[in-house]
Structures are given as C-alpha cells and as structure tokens.
Design a binder for this molecule. Structure first.
Ligand code: 5GP
Ligand code: ZN
Length: 114
C-alpha cells in the first residue's frame, strides 16, 4: 500500500534494522524500543489490523508465531521469557495500520499492561 510505513520497510524503501525476512514475513527492530529486545514482525501483505484477518490469512499468522519463537531463541530471551503483543484499534494504541506483532523481552514485563 502506497502510504504505509511498514509496507515501505518490507520493500526496503524505508531502511530498518532487519533481523529476519522471508517470502511472507519481515522482522525488524522497533525504532522506539520499549524493552531491551523489541522486534516487530509483520506480514509483507498489507493487512490493516487483526480485525481484517480471515481464514485466508491463518497460515501467515501461524508462521509469524513460529518466526517469533525462533527470534526469541536467537536473541536469548527464550529462557527468561518474553511477550508478543498486537495492538488493535484506537483503545489499544495501534499507531500503524499494518498488522504487526511486537516481540518484547530482556526485562521483567509488568502485568496488566497500562
Ligand atoms: P503500534 O503502536 O501500532 O502497536 O506499534 C507501532 C510501532 O511501530 C511502534 O512501537 C513504533 O515505535 C514503531 N515504528 C513506527 N514507525 C517506525 C519506523 O519507521 N521504523 C521502525 N523500525 N519502527 C517504527
Ligand atoms: Zn502496509
């Protein structure tokens, strides 16, 4: 999608600290990290939010969870623990309308979130 920052990161038009990519998925470091490890995992396909998913997207979402697991191990947060977050809509604070999953770890995370 032309005006989407995450589509531009996925295509390489906007630079990022990419940590993983394949045909369907891109993962890169968040520009404003909220934890020592803060990685965003996105589908290359422009899907605005979780509410726009349907059965045709089930495989890619499952794939993203496996990528997250592998990145957790790669970045050394698999033993200590980590959190995967997808903010959906205004009340959750979603600020980029391209569905994405935050992988957060490297410190003790509070619950419930604010
Ligand atoms: P949201 O608030 O929508 O759940 O998360 C969007 C995230 O994208 C934020 O944590 C924000 O820091 C990150 N972000 C926004 N623009 C950019 C960018 O241009 N590059 C990178 N690496 N992260 C971005
Ligand atoms: Zn997009």
């Amino acid at each position: 999608m032309a005006d989407c920052v995450f589509c531009k990161i996925a295509s390489g038009e906007i630079p990022s600290q990419m940590v993983y990519q394949d045909d369907a998925v891109v993962a890169f470091k968040d520009v404003n990290p909220q934890a020592p490890i803060h990685i965003l995992i996105i589908p290359r396909q422009h899907i605005p939010s979780l509410m726009d998913l349907d059965e045709s997207n089930a495989a890619i979402i499952g794939h993203i969870m496996l990528v997250a697991k592998n990145l957790a191990r790669q970045f050394g947060i698999d033993q200590g623990g980590f959190r995967i977050v997808s903010n959906c809509g205004a009340d959750a604070g979603q600020s980029v309308d391209h569905v994405h999953f935050h992988l957060l770890g490297g410190r003790s995370l509070q619950w419930p979130p604010g």
